[in-house]
Design a protein around this ligand. Sequence first.
Ligand code: UFG
Length: 325
Amino acid sequence: MKILVVGGAGYIGSHMLRRLQKTNYKVEVLDNLSTGYEENTLGFQFHKCDLANKDQLNSILQNNYDLVMHFASYINVGESYLYPQKYYENNVNNTMNLLNCMVDQKILNFIFSSSAAVYGDPGPSPISEEENINPVNPYGQTKAMVENILKDYDRAYGLKSTCLRYFNACGAHLDGTIGESHNPETHLIPLVLQAASGRKNSITVFGDDYTTKDGTCIRDYIHVMDLAEAHLLALDSLRSKQISNIYNIGNNIGFSVKEIIEIAEDVTQRKIKINIESRRKGDPAQLVANNKKIKEELNWTAQYSDLKTIISSAWQWEKKLLQSN
Ligand code: UFG
């Protein structure tokens, strides 16, 4: 089987490539390098291409792929409010370019990086896949739109897909060679660790007046290597069953922002300065996955998603980034 990993130079895509390296699948990578790093794709046939470039995309997709995994999207909720056009163009229009080329080339298997953001600000956690789709920000809208497009493309063109709704992806590869390097960084764990390493003075906590146990937001943190494993299981299931499906990928446990900071202080043995600010727009109080479906149907279990492993691996990566700066 031959797989094209779109967005393979980025954070989650590069961890996926590492996991795929241990399989017998033939794997190629497509990325425009707008946020990814070419060195993450070393050892793979690499196509530098922007999904907006339909001609180039069409010619690359003539390489007899059986399945496409799509990691290439913009992911910053705050930015999506400011520049919705950027988000709809890349996350929706460019994804449609990819899907249309796939249908033309009769590549009818697709794994899509969706998000817990499709649930918006849901009722009580944990949230199952049956929960209403009601995104509250443009980023979440783009993911929900692609999920809907995929339903129609299945009915009309027989394109079978698996949508994986990530909760909070985090951590770094345990071998210490790849990790999270967004620019600018907006995610909690890398920013907390930058405050521990001294690259930042403090961590800003966005709101301590939520109706949660300590007033700060609760999230379900899932190690990026567990995410990659879930993709592999989803891929095998999609190939053998040829049924479109949707799964949450989360750990079924929520941690507050303050708890993350406490565990980071413990792992790093550094004091982290906290600066409380008002709520960030579009942040739901609590997002925790019900992961029963992926556990039962794909036999997935999280191996690396205890918070100590997540934060130790991210800390190892932060120290590496600090040295290279
Ligand atoms: N937070 C802070 N300070 C910061 C950064 C974050 O207090 O400097 C808080 C946020 O308010 C939030 C929590 O930490 O309550 C986690 O924030 P992140 O920015 O790390 O992640 P989000 O939960 O906002 O979003 C992430 C992904 C989205 C995805 C979502 C699904 O970035 O793409 O998880 O749960 F949709």
